[in-house]
Design a protein around this ligand. Structure first.
Ligand code: P6P
Length: 338
């Protein structure tokens, strides 16, 4: 029996980080606490989505051209509100906002960071009770402190991320947070209402047996992608298989599973979506950062995702992310497309 087990809460973790770095201003720790608070509030609404009139479309369309669910708006407003009234964030960009928002008040203008969010990814699954998630990305601003954040603070390549993470609202609610020092997972303990460290120093297994892709688009994929999928289908015990195909249609849930168990997630470009579907800045970059810190890889099929220089807030990208060895085998197949 384990007694007096020392379980570190998210807040205790951030305070420990500040003890480890005495010169730290505490802004990044404060930012993580703000995100954790917003996630707890969103979790309450997600968990009762079937009980209150929060289901269904909010009647508006986001930049994805998707019906915006009321929970998307609620989640977006939670992050915007908490960060605007915090001390750590100069502004945000979000899938639910056509343009970025500079908070432009004296405290926010002196904050070091900007955040980008997909506040509630996989929202098409809300009404059918499938896991959904929040994805976030943190950059140090490049414009002068004391001035409002500008678009340049947001259009930075993923390699410049200071931190990134996600929240998966699933069978349990878990916040996964990465800096260059490592990836840590915190599971929400409803009995105390705190995220508590449950997965320290997450490493993605160098290989796995799970591949995640929407088979419905198979005949729209390039020859190289089709060849890799066929290789996955033909794996035997002798060559590390057999593989299994798992695709929830909720990226946070799919990538989280592959991060923990090993595997590869693919959203390739298709004939209908030649630039891909997923958004570079607040979907691909955060997961690419997390996966690389955990030992995996992430590309757009031809280039390391973190090296892509963004030109627009909501630009799309094809996306491949996962276990190192599986990504290397994929690359062999994608060379066929060159
Ligand atoms: P498809 C959800 O809308 C999302 O952005 C990701 O969470 C998910 O992986 C993907 O789209 C699913 O897209 O076209 O396969 O239904």
């Amino acid at each position: 029996m384990i007694i007096n087990r020392r379980v570190q809460t998210l807040d205790e973790f951030t305070i420990q980080q500040m003890r480890d770095f005495p010169h730290a201003t505490g802004e990044l720790a404060g930012l993580l606490r703000d995100i954790g608070l917003s996630a707890k509030r969103i979790n309450v609404e997600v968990n009762k989505a079937g009980l209150v009139d929060i289901l269904g479309d909010a009647g508006t369309i986001n930049v994805q051209g998707e019906d915006v669910k009321k929970l998307d708006i609620y989640a977006n407003n939670q992050f915007m509100g908490v960060l605007k009234h915090g001390i750590s964030c100069a502004g945000i960009a979000s899938e639910e906002l056509d343009d970025f928002i500079a908070f432009d008040d004296p405290v926010s203008n002196n904050s070091k960071y900007v955040c980008l969010f997909d506040p509630l990814d996989g929202s098409g699954n809300i009404d059918v009770n499938v896991s959904i998630g929040t994805i976030f990305s943190v950059y140090r601003r490049i414009t002068a402190l004391g001035t409002p954040a500008t678009i340049d603070d947001f259009l930075q390549p993923g390699i410049k991320q200071i931190a990134a993470g996600y929240v998966v609202y699933g069978s349990s609610t878990m916040l996964v947070y990465a800096t260059r020092r490592g990836v840590n997972g915190f599971t929400l303990d409803p009995s105390i209402g705190e995220f508590t460290m449950s997965h320290s120093n997450i490493q993605c297994p160098p290989t796995g047996r799970i591949y995640s892709v929407n088979h419905g688009n198979y005949f729209q994929y390039s020859k190289g992608v089709q060849q890799y999928i066929q290789r996955c289908q033909q794996k035997t015990k002798a060559d590390g298989g057999p593989y299994t195909q798992r695709y929830i249609g909720s990226m946070v849930a799919d990538v989280h599973r592959n991060l923990i168990k090993g595997g590869i997630f693919m959203y390739p470009s298709t004939i209908d979506k030649p630039k891909g579907k997923l958004r570079l800045l607040y979907e691909c970059n955060p997961f690419a950062f997390i996966m690389e810190v955990a030992g995996g890889n992430a590309t757009n099929g031809t280039k390391r995702i973190l090296d892509v220089e963004p030109t627009e807030l909501h630009q799309r990208s094809s996306f491949f992310v996962g276990s190192k060895n599986m990504m290397e085998e994929l690359e062999e197949c994608l060379n066929l497309d060159l």
